[in-house]
Write a protein that binds this ligand. Structure first.
Ligand SMILES: Cc1cc2nc3c(=O)[nH]c(=O)nc-3n(C[C@H](O)[C@H](O)[C@H](O)COP(=O)(O)OP(=O)(O)OC[C@H]3O[C@@H](n4cnc5c(N)ncnc54)[C@H](O)[C@@H]3O)c2cc1C
Length: 335
């Protein structure tokens, strides 16, 4: 069977591996110790924070169909949040999320989706190597992969990157046909501020979109369905502020974001039992232009680059990009 290496076990990598399983010998390499990529959950007992993607609101039938068995398994749950729009400290709109569209989350944390999909892949014979950062591709095709520690990761007929484009470019050879397109797709940064409290939280919303501040989002993470941890808040910086401050001292970033939460939501971060910060250098990206491909395939070099960034910085875009990659690869595989 054709040997295919997939770099990255975020949603795109896991969905693509599932689509190719059985048609090719698929191996997934993920640098983190857990699958899921930016659909992530961080624990700081007794708190748990979805510090990457907050929710997904499926639009396409294909994504709804993909989610149905995960909903059935309880790994994906609906989140009918009390939602607010804030302009600085002023609440300008409030509603409860309903059917149009329905909003979903992973349960008991966002990462559960990746963990479940990776387990399913292993049961179907796909190798999923966690804690394995791919460092180099040589010789190809076929491609000899080595780890960032110099270890031999094997030889593959095709290699697919599902990482953000800057990380893909660092791995792919300069001759990759779509290198200039990848270089032009710039991702925006974000900071996630994680606040855990020993007492209850009394906010008039479960999730809020914020304007007029250096923070863009506040959610009461502990109010999401299926969460067992202590009361906690997850706050995102605006992409604009994060782009300008991504290399700043983390203590200074934390202090500024805490001050913004105080100003906007009246929450005293000084009283938090846990304060954490995560910096995302490659967090989000705007919509690609009309007609942009969902995946970038170079048949001559047997290389593919895909991921949410091909379409838009959204969970559903990662799914759609993986499907586009699988669709493009299918006629190129023997049998
Ligand atoms: C702060 C934040 C908030 C967000 N909010 C939302 C939201 O509310 N709703 C929504 O729909 N989307 C949201 N998103 C976007 C959403 O998380 C992504 O669109 C989606 O998870 C991307 O999936 P992916 O598989 O394309 O990429 P990723 O999840 O980034 O997967 C790529 C994987 O590649 C791995 N990797 C990188 N380099 C290597 C290497 N050399 N070797 C091995 N592995 C490697 C990474 O560790 C990662 O696991 C948010 C993202 C962030 C960061």
């Amino acid at each position: 069977m054709t040997r295919i290496a997939i770099i990255g076990a975020g949603l795109a990598g896991l969905v693509l591996a599932g689509a190719l399983a059985g048609r090719a010998a698929v191996t997934v390499f993920e640098k983190s110790p857990a699958p899921g990529g930016r659909m992530a959950t961080r624990r700081a007992e007794p708190f748990a924070f979805d510090h990457g993607a907050q929710f997904f609101a499926p639009r396409t039938q294909a994504f709804k169909d993909f989610l149905a068995p995960l909903v059935e398994a309880g790994v994906v749950r609906r989140w009918d949040a009390r939602f607010a729009e804030l302009d600085g400290p002023r609440v300008v709109a409030q509603r409860t999320w309903g059917d149009a569209p329905a909003h979903y989350i992973g349960a008991p944390g966002m990462r559960a989706v990746g963990v479940h999909l990776a387990q399913d892949l292993r049961a179907r014979g796909v190798e999923v190597h966690l804690g394995t950062r791919v460092g180099d591709l040589a010789g190809g095709p076929p491609w000899a992969l080595s780890g960032a520690d110099g270890s031999d990761l094997g030889t593959f007929d095709w290699v697919v990157t599902t990482t953000p484009p800057a990380q893909a470019l660092a791995l792919l050879p300069p001759a990759f046909a779509h290198a200039p397109t990848l270089a032009a797709r710039r991702m925006r940064a974000c900071f996630s501020l994680m606040l855990g409290f020993s007492g209850g939280l009394d906010l008039p919303f479960d999730a809020a979109l914020v304007k007029g501040a250096d923070i863009s989002w506040i959610s009461v993470n502990s109010a999401k369905p299926g969460r067992a941890g202590g009361p906690c808040l997850l706050v995102h910086a605006t992409n604009r502020w994060a782009d300008a401050h991504i290399d700043d001292d983390p203590g200074a970033v934390t202090a500024h974001l805490c001050a913004e939460v105080g100003r906007v939501a009246g929450v005293d971060a000084g009283g938090a039992a846990h304060v954490g910060l995560h910096a995302w250098r490659y967090a989000n990206i705007g919509k690609a232009g009309a007609g942009a491909p969902g995946a970038f395939v170079d048949p001559a070099l047997a290389l593919v680059a895909c991921g949410d960034w091909c379409i838009q910085g959204r969970v559903e875009a990662a799914f759609s990009s993986a499907r586009a990659a699988a669709h493009a690869l299918a006629p190129l595989l023997p049998g």
